[in-house]
Write a protein that binds this ligand. Structure first.
Ligand code: HEC
Length: 178
């Protein structure tokens, strides 16, 4: 019963023992999971405490944009019939839906300087930026929906609309290639 005095709280919270043997086994298990939990929390602490550096945010969003670009280009090759991977089209659409879910979130304040092609208007005309981000998301959703319908013409048209929505934002919010 020594153990019972040592860990009364743990016992009350975690354990519903039937006999003494159960008590000691379960206490050991619970102590072990508590140790593991503390260890994980210690590992996670720096991630939670350290604010992200602007250059890391910029790199991150550029990688997300590259991924969006990759899936769009790959989907385009299939839609245009250049390659025969029709069974993967829905995968690209799903990936796009996931990646394009929160574009404004990739452009927080203080990530507007350094090695970025984002124009200042991303921050000074936020309302319009968010509108175009939302429009692009809507177009990707419609494309995914068209795939379920299976009508080739609708698929083609909805994919074209996705591409136009990317351009509509880049035109005003991204610096031209040097
Ligand atoms: C709401 C605005 C917006 C929308 C919508 C948008 N983008 Fe972008 N995109 C940007 C901005 C701004 C940058 C520049 C980011 C930077 O350099 O920090 C960018 C960068 C890129 C890049 C270059 C990444 C790199 O650094 O190599 C690609 C590729 C790209 N976008 C593809 C797309 C595609 C494809 C779509 C549509 C499916 C799309 N984007 C939708 C704003 C947008």
């Amino acid at each position: 019963m020594q153990a019972k005095r040592t860990f009364p709280l743990i016992q009350t919270v975690f354990i519903y023992p039937n006999n003494k043997e159960d008590i000691s086994v379960m206490q050991r298990v619970n102590m072990r999971s508590l140790c593991t939990l503390s260890f994980v929390l210690v590992l996670l602490a720096p991630m939670a405490l350290k604010a992200a550096e602007p250059e890391d945010i910029i790199k991150y969003r550029q990688n997300i944009m590259k991924a969006i670009g990759g899936h769009t280009a790959a989907a385009g090759s299939i839609v245009q019939g250049k390659v025969d991977y029709k069974n993967q089209l829905a995968d690209h659409a799903r990936a796009l839906q996931a990646l394009i879910g929160d574009i404004p979130g990739l452009f927080p304040k203080d990530s507007d300087f350094g090695d970025t092609k984002a124009q200042d208007v991303v921050w000074s005309n936020r309302v319009e930026f968010e509108k175009r981000a939302k429009d692009s998301k809507t177009k990707v959703d419609l494309f995914a929906k068209a795939l379920q319908g299976g009508n080739q013409q609708t698929i083609g048209a909805s994919f074209k609309a996705v591409g136009e929505s990317c351009k509509a934002c880049h035109k005003d919010f991204r610096k031209k290639e040097e």
